[in-house]
Design a binder for this molecule. Sequence first.
Ligand SMILES: C=C(O[C@H]1C=CC=C(C(=O)O)[C@@H]1O)C(=O)O
Length: 448
Amino acid sequence: MTHAASRTHHAAPTRLVVRTEPVDEIDPLIPRADPRTPLLWMRRGEGIVGLGETLRIESSGPDRIEDAAAAWRSIAAVADVDDRVGLPGTGLVAFGAFAFADESASTSVLTVPELVLGRRDGRAWVTRISLATGDPDGLDETGGPGATDASGAPDAEGAATPPGLAIPEPAPKRQVPRVTFTPGAVPPEAYEAAVAEAVRRIDAGVLEKVVLARQLVGELHEDAGLRAAINRLAEDYPDTWVFAVDGLIGASPETLVRVDHGTVSARVLAGTTSRGAGEASDRERATALAASTKDLAEHALAVASAVKRLAPHTARLDASPEPFTLQLPNLWHLATDLKGTLGDGSSSLDLVQAVHPTAAVAGTPRRIALPVIAVLEGFDRGRYAGPVGWIDGDGDGEWAIALRCAQVEPDGRVTAYAGCGIVHDSVPSDELAETVMKFRPIVEAFGG
Ligand SMILES: C=C(O[C@H]1C=CC=C(C(=O)O)[C@@H]1O)C(=O)O
């Protein structure tokens, strides 16, 4: 586990003081987010926005999720939490985004904001999270080595850092910033060639499925930051998980795993077709998708991988009997919902560690697919196709697969990603066209 170099490291246990209180209303949430470093998790107008940073846990390498989960467990165990609302997302929370690959140069991060604004089930709340140092309860060796205090404030022994941030007023609505995208590491022709090579390897019996992605790159010249782009994602794709964590923004339809008071759920997606122009043709597209042997095979592998990895941690795990067609504004997906009960006290991050990467973003068998991705794609996916979401002090949380997303660097470089599951009867030009559909949310959020 690594630490942000500019931050103060406390040898003392990291002890957080957390207070959640109800408020009358906090809507709208997105215009209250920090424009430059937005921290957000939303669906259908509800969710959480984080401001400031009380604590940051960075990790990398093969153990990046496990290390973060362990550090979080230690931090949560000693946190002093007063939660007067008691809904998912209240009390102690951290937002997280993890790199896709073990070898990635991108850091994985869990960040605990100073202030959290939330809405759920018609209720609104504010959580303040501050740092206490010292050892008032004789606590020792807790808090984990991965935690770095982001406040930099010299705290008195055992005293909480006084709450600092005021609840921001919503900023006025702005036009989305304009980014002109061009092909990144894998230009369209190279992508088609990679798909053709993947099909050759599948036909040769090397593997059954591999997910191949490509990039679009652009520059953001916009002082007003990312709020307008996030707002556009939330307006256009209200049924997806709209997220912003450490410069990674997107609108993902795929729930990697969700844990809520012992209930485990997930939504597995794989298999895609375009929307039809009129109502009848749109319906026909969905019906054809539901009957497509190619898409059903691709989908079945994704479901099998999720079930196989979740099953050891669940007392019961049910899958929706047949894949259903999920309508999004830009495309149709084949979807399967999984629901079960937690069997072993795992936290949501433990389950993320167990399932990532599923065959929806890697392939089958996974140990063959991952090196094939590394060779045929030839670029670092960063946090694309990695887990993104939040976890609370009890380990409950909501995690999506970071799809339909872009990583925005502090210098304004934007890299968007989209990929497709390749199976025996995949056609390179069709897969390229599918990536164009999958890029649409991000390209349009940046004015395209
Ligand atoms: C890898 C992506 O989508 C996955 C999720 C849903 C459908 C997929 C497909 O049909 O290929 C992919 O498995 C992506 O959007 O970049």
